[in-house]
Design a protein around this ligand. Structure first.
Ligand SMILES: Cc1cc2nc3c(=O)[nH]c(=O)nc-3n(C[C@H](O)[C@H](O)[C@H](O)COP(=O)(O)OP(=O)(O)OC[C@H]3O[C@@H](n4cnc5c(N)ncnc54)[C@H](O)[C@@H]3O)c2cc1C
Length: 417
């Protein structure tokens, strides 16, 4: 039996689906969110929760192929590709390699920087105006380096962010240790990103769900999307484990799960699950105050009043659901090189999540060519929390026909057609 039709049916209850739901409700549309598990149970749950305009540059950078090849046979390297025959992954890797050049890197940075900066502002405004209880703090982030050549290389790369109004401050060891006494001596230098911020991502998602419901949105958990009915160039029904749902518009926000369901709609979405890990602890005594990236080991450290998290690493291992002990241990070992007290007294959770990675490291935003009422809001890679508010605004502008706030050409689904 088909349910009552909503204005917008949102597929996926992660940070992106929920942010879309919020801004669509604010624009006067009714929404229903469908989620196979619990809201925020996917990649949006145990991530590092940093909001980072400073991450405007893509993963696809000049020199990345050489780095990846060097790391290929190291099971605990920050980036790992599990050796296996997978044609979709091979196509993705070739696409990624084609973007590892200075021109594409500059283009992707120019496209992403304004979205990240506005999103950072809008998330702060959302937290304040809606009273979201998610441990938001605007303390910046600090990149710590132990290798002088690496520090100098990244310092030069990040200097270009000034062109987009994103400040990066290079500081010496003494100043870094003064600002963050949880760090051990032995640093080659640090980069401070004053415009960055942090929140507790599981709380943020829970709070988004709360305000969506409070404003009349429906969120149905435990509802698995299984297929689609298409008629006259439109998605007329979404088939689920709980019967059929209908929406005037349909927003596809299925994160790393997107490609398989997109295929049923005649869409090829080159998204690979970029598996990352985190370990959440109770707070150590000597707990960092500023969110840190321990650069040579690519470990991200975030602390909130309610806990302390080590996270990151990027593994291309398909839809693998195991918790890889070697990679969890690499987080611990990496943190121990930089921090006096790298771990908290008790482990609260060990976790993995699949980042929805595109080959050009840009999200896929816009109407899908194949169905006129279908919008894609997926492929946010390493930055879905940071880009959540801007994605919600962009989707609501497309649905309502409002003047777009951004040039969406770099994010067009058609770039992969
Ligand atoms: C270790 C790690 C650290 C990270 N740190 C940061 C950070 O500091 N800052 C930042 O901005 N980003 C970070 N990210 C990235 C961020 O977590 C993701 O970009 C973001 O969560 C993607 O959100 P999403 O809503 O697209 O996907 P998800 O949160 O994965 O949501 C997709 C949802 O779709 C649902 N779904 C899938 N298939 C179906 C189906 N058939 N039927 C119904 N529902 C379905 C899933 O259950 C899931 O809940 C990190 C990621 C990882 C792994």
């Amino acid at each position: 039996m088909s349910k009552e039709r909503t204005d917008v049916l949102i597929l996926g209850g992660g940070v992106i689906g929920l942010a879309c739901a919020h801004y669509l409700l604010a624009a006067g549309r009714s929404v229903t969110v469908l989620e196979q598990g619990r809201v925020g149970g996917g990649s949006s749950h145990g991530n590092c929760g940093t909001l980072t305009p400073s991450h405007a540059a893509p993963l696809a950078q000049p020199g990345m192929i050489g780095t990846a090849l060097r790391w290929l046979l190291k099971p605990d390297a920050p980036l790992r590709i599990k050796p296996r025959f997978d044609p979709a992954l091979l196509r993705w890797l070739l696409g990624f390699a084609a973007h590892c050049n200075a021109r594409d890197c500059a283009r992707a940075t120019a496209a992403k920087a304004p979205l990240l900066s506005r999103s950072r502002e809008w998330i702060e405004a959302l937290v304040r105006e809606q009273g979201l209880d998610c441990e938001f703090e605007a303390l910046g982030t600090l990149y710590a380096f132990r290798d002088a050549a690496h520090f100098e290389e990244v310092r030069q790369q990040m200097a270009h962010l000034a062109d987009y109004g994103i400040d990066v401050e290079a500081i010496d060891e003494a100043e870094a240790l003064r600002r963050e006494p949880a760090l051990k001596p032995g640093l080659a230098g640090a980069l401070f990103n004053p415009g960055d911020a942090q929140l507790r991502p599981d709380r943020y998602v829970a709070e988004l769900a709360r305000i969506v419901r409070a404003h009349g949105g429906a969120i149905e958990e435990g509802v698995r999307i299984e297929g689609f009915v298409r008629e006259g160039g439109r998605v007329t029904e979404v088939a689920t484990s709980n019967g059929a749902y209908r929406g005037r518009d349909v927003v596809f926000a299925l994160g790393a799960w997107s490609p398989a369901l997109a295929r049923q709609l005649g869409l090829r979405l080159p998204i690979q699950p970029g598996k990352g890990y985190s370990i959440t602890y109770s707070r150590p005594q000597r707990c960092p105050r500023i969110p840190l990236t321990l650069k040579e080991r690519s470990v991200c450290v975030t602390a909130w009043g309610s806990g302390y998290r080590l996270g990151s690493t990027m593994e291309f291992a398909g839809y693998d659901t195991s918790l890889n002990r070697t990679r969890l241990d690499a987080l611990r070992r990496g943190a121990a090189e930089y921090l006096y007290e790298p771990e908290g007294p008790s482990v609260v959770e060990e976790w993995y999540g699949w980042r929805p990675m595109t080959p050009d490291d840009l999200p896929i935003l816009g109407r899908a060519g194949t169905c006129e009422n279908l919008l894609l809001a997926t492929g946010h890679g390493m930055l879905g929390v940071s880009l959540s508010a801007v994605t919600g605004v962009i989707v609501s502008e497309i649905v309502t026909g409002a003047t777009p706030s951004f040039d969406l050409a770099p994010f067009a689904p058609a770039r992969f057609a």
